[in-house]
Design a protein around this ligand. Structure first.
Ligand SMILES: Nc1ncnc2c1ncn2[C@@H]1O[C@H](COP(=O)(O)OP(=O)(O)OP(=O)(O)O)[C@@H](O)[C@H]1O
Ligand SMILES: [Mg+2]
Length: 438
């Protein structure tokens, strides 16, 4: 297009035409632009519709969308399949046409109820193609962009499906429980295996000791009978003296004492191990009663210090009297174990100080033993209470002490822990002060 300033021959009416054509051009370009936009929007809408349709038709739960009057606006494939009715024949009908008569009263108030809050897991029956179908229904309000109620959405899951899922869950739970029981069982077998191995190892020592001594005693018995036979047969004093020398009877008599002592010691050790094991397998005593923990601690302390024969400084923060509740005999055993461990740990330490404290802490009583030993190595902390865990040389510790103590304290409803402090280890025991309170 040209400008009238370029062409002075152009009239005003021509000018007007040019501008009209210009405007038409612009309007047409806009139109084309809007057309493209509309087509794009349409395609997008179509795509969204397909997307939602595909979601709806792949839902196994039934879906019913109603307006504010309860008239059906949309249903999904699952509902069509369940009722054997086409969506077109349902749209516009009141949703209650789908509900079995027996539940009409229940669903009547749905629209009013969803105004207040959504309904969850409401059990009702729909008219299925082959009879009533029980469903668990959720009903939510449908709001417009201003937040006003414009209808409701009902989503139902056939109870058969739920029951199936529940059954599967139950089976999975039962399988898990079984697997857990097996694990516990195999753990039990493993610890039993460790227990048996430990017992065998512990018993082996004293038993072989007893055996060795018995063999020696057997040989000695033969020599002694030889000598007594000779006496009976009337051998002369000289002959008997010679015989005593050949048979080395004097040494034999001297040996006899240590052989018998050694055998007794071996048998005692076997008895100790068996006693320990008894405690390990059963922590039951007749009746739990109130007892004086301070007294139990003092007796145990006295007994151990006397035995240790080492100069150990003892700091006692123990009240005159402190009642606790339980089996005093068993608690005595625990206290002995803890003090003995502390005393053992300090062997070789330059400072040997034992700090015993006992006090009332709310409804529990606390007993603590602090030592100035090397403390517990980091890697051993988690194994202290394992049966047969010991760092003591073979023959000096069974490693059952803490494990038995732990069993006893737990059975009393208390707690037992071993921690390290600046200068050594500390064993801490809590016990209930009164029956029925842990
Ligand atoms: N106060 C402590 N300080 C350092 N280590 C400790 C202490 N108390 C226990 N332990 C460690 O815990 C291990 C296990 O203790 P536990 O009482 O169970 O068995 P034990 O003393 O070795 O043998 P026993 O059966 O004769 O009691 C000990 O061998 C020791 O290594
Ligand atoms: Mg011990």
């Amino acid at each position: 297009m040209s400008d009238k300033n370029d062409d002075p021959s152009m009239t005003d009416s021509e000018d007007a035409w040019v501008s009209v054509i210009q405007k038409m051009d612009e309007a047409y370009a806009d139109l084309v632009h809007y057309q493209v936009e509309v087509e794009e929007k349409n395609a997008e809408l179509e795509e969204n519709k397909l997307f939602f349709d595909s979601i709806q038709s792949s839902m196994s739960d039934v879906l019913i969308v109603c307006d504010h009057a309860g008239l059906i606006q949309q249903v999904n494939k699952a509902l069509e399949a369940l009722t054997d009715r086409n969506a077109d024949t349902l749209i516009g009908e009141h949703f209650t046409v789908l509900v079995d008569e027996r539940f009409l009263q229940k669903v009547d108030s749905f629209l009013n109820q969803v105004r207040i809050q959504p309904l969850r897991d409401c059990e009702l029956e729909l008219k299925g193609a082959e009879g009533p179908v029980p469903l668990s229904m959720n009903c939510s309000p449908r709001l417009n962009h201003r937040g006003r109620l414009v209808g409701m959405v009902l989503i139902g899951r056939p109870l058969g499906e739920l029951q199936k899922a529940y059954k599967e869950l139950n089976t999975a739970h039962a399988e898990l429980k079984l697997a857990q029981e097996r694990l516990v069982q195999s753990e039990k077998m493993a610890s039993l295996g460790r227990l048996v191995a430990g017992v065998a190892h512990e018993l082996n020592n004293p038993i072989s000791f007893v055996y060795g001594n018995m063999h020696a005693l057997q040989r000695y018995t033969e020599r002694l009978s030889q000598y007594f036979d000779a006496i009976n047969e009337g051998y002369s004093r000289e002959e008997l003296r010679e015989m005593r020398e050949t048979l080395r009877l004097d040494k034999l008599i001297r040996d006899l004492h240590s052989l018998v002592d050694g055998t007794m010691e071996g048998a005692d050790r076997v008895k100790e191990i068996v006693n320990d094991l008894r405690q390990f397998s059963s922590t039951q005593e007749s009746e739990k009663t109130e007892f004086d923990l301070s007294h139990v601690i003092r007796t145990a302390l006295h007994w151990i210090i006397k035995e240790s024969k080492r100069p150990i400084e003892v700091v006692e923060n123990i009240p005159e009297q402190l009642s606790a509740f339980g089996h005093s005999g068993q608690i005595h055993q625990v206290v002995v174990n803890l003090i003995q461990n502390a005393v053992d740990a300090m062997e070789g330490s330059s400072t040997q100080r034992l700090e015993l404290s006992a006090s009332l802490q709310g409804e529990q009583v606390l007993f603590s033993v602090k030592d100035t030993g090397p403390g517990v190595a980091e890697e051993d902390i988690s194994r202290l209470f394992d049966p047969f865990f010991t760092t003591k040389p073979v023959g000096q510790g069974t490693g059952l002490g803490l494990s038995i103590s732990y069993g006893i304290v737990s059975e009393h409803g208390g707690d037992l822990t071993i921690v390290n402090w600046d200068q050594g280890a500390e064993a801490i025991m809590f016990l209930p002060q009164q029956g029925g309170k842990a």
